[in-house]
Design a protein around this ligand. Structure first.
Ligand SMILES: O=C(O)C1=C[C@@H](OP(=O)(O)O)[C@@H](O)[C@H](O)C1
Ligand SMILES: C=C(OP(=O)(O)O)C(=O)O
Length: 430
């Protein structure tokens, strides 16, 4: 399905933020790893969270769901022996479950998105798991991947953090269940470091003890621990909401997004600070972000690694700023659903934006007068490219046609419904 995004001058209204993808995947996982019955209130409903639901069910968890909650009876440290798991296009789900698969005899992760997840690297996690005695077949570090586990060893474990924090998170979920205590050392720079704070928060809520160095570069994990069954409530999602807030920032707007906790550990809450730095009139109180946009934005310089999944939305806002913006320390955007530097900037250029790339930087020469538009956009299987190009399309002179925009459902299936409710001119076409 394709999406036509037409010029839209004004946005107005209130929406409740979608539920956090990162917390939903984590709560589903720790509930599955517990032996009792846990309840997750307001879980996210999207392709990625559905992938985790499907896989933990395949591994032996029992799930019952209604409109507001999901009740899960876990399999503890004894996942059911399954031949295959299909994680769809969900990177975090794949990496977390590759570690948990080390407790099973033999599982193959199939390759259903050869043009997206199928291209992403997992070698750093593969090497760490191999050092723990797990046998792994893979295609040069990529899917399909077969894990032959059984009894992985703890002890001293090293993992690179240069490409993704998800490898480290995966090991933090697995090691408490091992016979031995573990010491995990992170090699190189740790990318998306703030996300590790979310992993540790969830592990603590699940009754797991981990001693983490303050820089998150080393961890002591006692073995023989048991995940406890608990009740969890999922908070609102900043990465998805960042696109809505950016849309409000580039238009004349009066938009409120509720359910966005001020003191969240999601790094992408920085969208609020970045828009403020860009002089966008907004307030953030009582979990509600209220944007009163006037379409005028100042350029900004920002270390994007602090808010990985909001950078594309920030760049979309910077496209209309009065000067040059720079987003640095963002190289790991190249290893996502697509190359979120080269591929994304190519699509922005089609719409008329003036952007430049470096290996780990995005530079945006803003055009406050708006863009020409009138282009056909390749979504590259990437929900965040789709959301960001939609923001840009609102302020183009001619409509944008975003091909295969249904991939927005990876994280935010109701994105276009929310924008449309706020007054955006968006229309699905076959
Ligand atoms: O742990 C997680 O749930 C995630 C970690 C981040 O990935 P990287 O650590 O690869 O940057 C983020 O971009 C992704 O959407 C979700
Ligand atoms: C990169 C993302 O997810 P994942 O790595 O889990 O596929 C994302 O949600 O933007």
């Amino acid at each position: 399905m394709d999406m036509i995004v037409r010029p839209t001058a004004e946005l107005k209204g209130e929406i409740g933020a979608l539920s956090s993808k990162n917390y939903t995947t984590r709560y589903l996982l720790v509930a599955a790893l517990a032996e009792g019955t846990s309840t997750i209130y307001y879980p996210a409903h999207s392709e990625d969270s559905d992938a985790m639901r499907r896989c933990i069910r395949d591994l032996g968890a029992v799930l019952e769901e209604d409109d507001e909650k999901i009740v899960i009876t876990g399999f503890g440290n004894h996942p059911r022996d399954v031949k295959e798991l299909d994680v769809g296009n969900a990177g975090a789900v794949l990496r977390f479950l590759m570690a948990i698969a080390a407790l099973s005899p033999k599982v193959t992760f199939v390759n259903t998105y050869p043009e997206s997840l199928g291209k992403r690297p997992h070698s750093d996690l593969i090497e760490a798991l191999e050092s723990m005695g797990v046998q792994i077949e893979h295609q040069d570090g990529r899917l399909p991947i077969t894990i032959s586990g059984g009894k992985p060893k703890g002890g001293k474990i090293k993992v690179s953090g240069e490409v993704s924090s998800q490898y480290l998170s995966a090991l933090l979920f697995l090691t408490p269940l091992l016979e031995e205590d573990s010491e995990i050392e992170v090699l190189g720079d740790l990318k998306s470091k703030v996300v590790i704070g979310q992993t540790l928060e969830v592990l603590e809520q699940a009754g797991i003890t981990i001693e983490a160095a303050s820089d998150y570069m080393s961890f002591r994990v006692p073995g023989r621990q048991a995940y406890q069954a608990k009740n969890y409530t999922v908070q609102g999602d900043y990465p998805g909401s960042a696109a809505i807030l950016a849309a409000a920032a580039v238009t004349k707007s009066d938009v409120k997004v509720h359910r966005l906790m001020e003191r969240s550990k999601q790094g992408e809450r920085a969208i609020v600070d970045v828009l403020q730095m860009m002089d966008v009139p907004l307030s953030h109180e009582g979990g509600t972000v209220h944007v009163l946009g006037n379409g005028r934005l100042r350029p900004v310089e920002f270390d994007g690694d602090a808010a990985t999944d909001a950078v594309l939305a920030m760049v979309a806002a910077a496209v209309f700023a009065d000067g040059t913006s720079r987003f640095y320390n963002v190289e790991n955007l190249r290893y996502k659903e697509c190359d979120r530097i080269t591929d994304y900037l190519n699509e922005l250029k089609k719409a008329g934006a003036q952007v430049e790339e470096r290996q780990s930087e995005i530079i945006v020469h803003g055009r406050p007068s708006g863009l020409e538009g009138g282009a056909t956009i390749n979504a590259h299987f990437d929900h965040r490219v789709i959301m960001a190009l939609t923001v840009v399309g609102l302020r183009c002179r001619e409509p944008l046609l975003i091909k295969d925009a249904h991939h927005v459902a990876k994280s935010y299936p109701q994105y276009f419904d929310h924008l449309s409710a706020l007054g955006a001119s968006v229309e699905w076409v076959k």
